[in-house]
Design a protein around this ligand. Structure first.
Ligand code: G3H
Length: 241
């Protein structure tokens, strides 16, 4: 049986005070959540420390939204893996399409970040997915194969989560049909050497579509943006039927 990983990516939202307010509402909602479901919150870097203290002893794991490949150094604006580990971070999102699109992330730098995360014991959540243009041109499979081939060079597939996030479905309300997400995720799995890698779907996941998404055989969890910002909404997602 593969692990289920449900992660909230808060992107550039929430101050520390807002994070604590979220947790006050969210944590009590997890009392009945099956233990097989790994729940992860990925806030901005500034909130990690305070949230780590708040979450101590709880069943929620912390994730960061990026990590640099060097142990330390003159890299203004970057964060190194040992800094994340020290404050209790266990997961890190790598290669999110917003990093690739706005901040010059390439498959080469994604690979370096994945290696650094694994070297220090962080579990990476590698994001892959196509644009609308690539989908319309029938290039989805080719693009995803290219990303996997280059991103996963020398990566240990026993300590990895992958998120399939069609870019056209992110923040648009235009969710990928669950059967289609299942098909692409099956294709991703067929290209891995370890068939136990949890593969998530991401892109406009909401309380009203989570049950259908999680009923798909290949989908092992979700990476949630907007709907992870409110305690009730994210709790409904974590507690899917
Ligand atoms: O990392 C999360 C994804 O980008 C999905 O964002 P969304 O749920 O707001 O569409």
């Amino acid at each position: 049986m593969r692990k289920i990983v449900i992660a909230g990516n808060w992107k550039m939202f929430k101050t520390q005070a807002e994070s604590e307010e979220f947790l006050r509402g969210f944590l009590p909602e997890l009392e009945e959540t099956p233990s097989i479901r790994e729940v992860v919150l990925c806030p901005p870097f500034t909130n990690l420390n305070v949230m780590s203290k708040y979450l101590h002893g709880s069943r929620v794991s912390l994730g960061a939204q990026n990590v640099h490949w060097a142990e330390n150094g003159a890299y203004t604006g970057e964060i190194a893996a040992p800094m994340l580990l020290e404050i209790g971070v266990r997961y890190v999102i790598i290669g999110h399409s917003e990093r690739r699109q706005y901040f010059g992330e390439t498959d080469e730098t994604v690979n370096l970040r994945l290696k650094a995360a694994q070297k220090y014991g962080l579990t990476p959540i590698l994001c892959v997915g196509e644009t609308k243009q690539q989908r319309d041109a029938g290039e989805t499979e080719k693009l995803i194969s290219y990303q996997l081939k280059h991103d996963l060079v020398d990566i240990d597939q026993t300590k990895l989560v992958i998120a399939y996030e069609p870019i056209w479905a992110i923040g648009t309300g235009d969710t990928c049909e669950s059967a289609e997400a299942n098909r692409v995720i099956g294709l991703i799995r067929s290209q891995l050497t370890n068939n136990k890698v949890p593969i998530q779907y991401g892109g406009s996941v909401k309380p009203n579509n989570i049950d259908e998404i999680m009923a798909q055989s290949e989908i092992d969890g979700v990476l949630v943006g907007g709907a992870s910002l409110e305690p009730d909404s994210f709790a409904r997602i974590v507690n899917y039927q």
